[in-house]
Design a protein around this ligand. Structure first.
Ligand code: PEP
Ligand code: CO
Length: 447
């Protein structure tokens, strides 16, 4: 049962950081009332399934792969973009599960990752002060005060685009596209020729052979474990009005509340104050919750938050997503793991090697270097092994498109080559080839 002091609106009595200044409060309320009346995006039963799988991750019996855009864009809500994203995540999952010998729980940053925290409310563009871009669900990226005006109708549009994304994701994952006998078809034409693409082809060939052999000796391969992929959605639960509007009481479990905007929700590094509105809201919904933890955390504060979010110490409820940076992880993670282990907290530990490794090139591109990303992941595994906690998963910003946003990797993208195909509206993403390269490295570590 839910805490009697909690309800889906109780966050409104707390300070909510990172909320847009909606210019028209009436319009804001009208839009949220409409979203409240619309169907949920996901079903509580699916959320419980994910939580069970994350409980296995906490025990080291499965591995969590979470990834997608830093910020989804309305304009990129189309079948080819979603398909390419899904393909690269399916490929990574098959590489890690086949090579690492563990089932992989697949969670996209998808179907709702439309709102972003920003370091400042406003920014100066060509001498004009305007509101910062806060994601497509809030305002438009174009550099004009008009485009940047927060518009609540964009939340409604975000809801419908998330529905549309969810629908095609369900179709791709259940309708045959994600079937293991199509493992070759997930390899992207561009990537195929690269060493990573070649290694992937080899692995796909092995899976093919195994499936053919199973069929040959009479094992039924027409089963959901082969024909379908379980794929879950997630986003940062940032805009609390939107999250509240999609929070529904589950009739099948008798009074539990679920935030049905996505399966898993996370709290950003900037909004996890123990007395803040985001923690208040998320403590009352039964979804699996992720919490980002950066170098500025305080261990006692984290313990307090963990007790608030997971008072019953339920495995699968809480994932700590650490994002320290390759140069800081050694200073922070060992002590954190030891303290959490001492408390007996049941946690999924996941490594976000992206957000602590961002830098800006001389020409002004925000980027991340492949070697730093890999270094942080390697240190993450080694530290958990040393302390005796479980390195449970990884959290990436990636895309299936052939972008040049992160430096390094097999093609050794240099700072001055970022200009070629730098498409992100927000943080730099790994391209498909860089993503596969990391998956092969991770498979070794998981094994
Ligand atoms: C993000 O995941 O895009 C993000 C903003 O992360 P963090 O809260 O860790 O900075
Ligand atoms: Co980001």
């Amino acid at each position: 049962m839910s805490d009697s002091n909690w309800n889906k609106s109780s966050w409104q009595n707390f300070t909510a950081l990172q909320q847009p200044n909606w210019p028209d409060p009436n319009e804001y309320r009208r839009v949220l009332a409409e979203i409240s009346s619309l169907p949920p995006l996901v079903f509580a039963g699916e959320i419980r399934t994910l939580k069970k799988q994350l409980a296995m991750v906490a025990e080291g019996e499965a591995f969590l792969l979470q990834g997608g855009d830093c910020a989804e864009e309305f304009a990129m809500c189309n079948a080819p973009t979603i398909r390419e994203m899904l393909k690269v995540i399916l490929q990574m999952a098959v590489i890690i599960s086949y090579g690492g010998g563990k089932p992989v729980v697949k969670v996209g940053r998808i179907a709702g990752q439309y709102a972003k925290p920003r370091s400042s409310d406003t920014e100066m563009v060509n001498g004009v002060e305007m509101p910062s871009y806060r994601g497509d669900m809030v305002n438009r990226i174009e550099s004009s005060p008009e485009a940047r005006r927060p518009d609540p109708k964009r939340m409604l549009e975000g809801y419908f685009r998330a529905c549309s994304t969810m629908n095609i994701v369900r179709a791709f994952t259940r309708g045959g596209f994600a079937s293991l006998d199509r493992v070759h078809a997930w390899n992207n034409e561009f990537v195929k020729k690269s060493p990573q693409g070649q290694s992937y082809e080899k692995l796909a060939g092995n899976i093919d052979q195994a499936l053919k052999f199973m069929a040959l000796i009479g094992i039924d391969t027409e089963i959901p474990q082969i024909k379908q992929a379980a794929f879950f959605t997630s986003h940062e639960a940032l805009l609390l009005g939107y999250e509240e509007a999609l929070t529904r009481e589950d009739s099948t479990s008798g009074g539990d509340w679920y935030d049905c905007s996505g399966h898993m929700l996370w709290i950003g590094d900037r909004t996890r104050q123990p007395d803040g509105a985001h923690i208040e809201f998320l403590r009352g919904v039964k979804n699996p919750i992720g919490m980002k933890v950066g170098p500025k955390h305080d261990i006692d504060e984290l313990k307090k938050i963990i007790n608030m979010l997971n008072p019953e110490n339920e495995a699968g409820r809480l994932t700590l997503i650490t994002r320290f940076g390759a140069d800081k992880i050694e200073n922070h993670l060992p002590g954190l793991c030891r303290e959490m282990k001492k408390e007996g907290f049941k946690l999924v530990w996941s490594c976000d090697p992206m957000h602590g490794n961002t830098y800006t090139t001389a020409s002004g591109y925000k980027t991340r270097n492949f070697d730093n990303i890999l270094k942080e992941i390697q240190a993450f595994f080694q530290i958990h092994w040393d302390v005796g906690t479980v390195p449970g998963g990884v959290h990436f910003e990636l895309t299936g498109e052939n972008v040049t946003e992160c430096t390094g990797g097999g093609r050794d993208i240099k700072d001055d080559q970022l200009v070629k195909n730098y498409l992100t509206n927000c943080d730099p993403r790994l391209n498909a080839e860089q993503s596969l390269e990391l998956a092969f490295q991770i498979a070794e570590m998981v094994r």
